[in-house]
Design a protein around this ligand. Sequence first.
Ligand code: FBP
Length: 258
Amino acid sequence: MNRMDKLMRNGRSLILAYDQGIEHGPTDFDDRNVDPAYVVKIAREGGFDAFVSQKGIAENFYSGEKVPLLIKLNGKTAIYKKEPIARQNCSVDYAVKLGAAAVGYTIYIGSAHEGEMMAEFGRIQEQAHEHGMPAILWIYPRGEFVREDASRDMVAYAARTGMELGADAVKIKYSGDVESFSWAVKAAGKTPVYMAGGPKTATEDEFLKHVSDCMKAGAAGVAVGRNAWQSDDPLRTARRLNAIVIQNKTLDEALAIK
Ligand code: FBP
């Protein structure tokens, strides 16, 4: 059995990310989605394959849930603006105690501190594998020497680095079109590639077009936050995402879903 199987349907998955409270601050939230219980309900009712959070949200809002839990083991705030580093704040063993089916970790390649994050992830990946659990990498080019973090070359570099570090899956930014994302998927070899959602787009059509492009490029799915739980109708957004990602429907078919 593949370590990622628990998180996949037909080799694909739809992951709901809710770690933005640390990464960006409550500025991402409104009166509804500031409440973790609201977003956990979207994970439960929206047909998601995993719910991502830091350990504090899992401890307080995630007991007895059936949707597999993916605990982020590191994180940082948006306040400090120099070379990025996010250090581990939760152990693999503790994530297992919380019922996690997978662990996640962010590396900022290109940062002056990339080596520390790679070393930390190296240990986490080995510990996760001892538990038979996948270690999923959020891998984002960032830092003084990174000019275009979502360019064809940078996104493929991220995907390739994640594969070579032994990640069970990588989550990368959308590179802008099918061809460039296909190159990133190819660079990742057999490692499943997920598209990160990004800030809420002006229209849902625009976001779903990105999702559709990535699936055409061979992505294994999307790990989305703001475009799902900031939606006026998150469960409709989830139905549309399921149509494209899991059921392989076209963008037009998905948009017709009410
Ligand atoms: P979104 O779909 O909301 O962009 O979430 C994806 C994600 O990777 C989150 O897991 C994380 O909190 C956030 O993006 C980090 O975004 P960035 O580092 O680009 O600000």
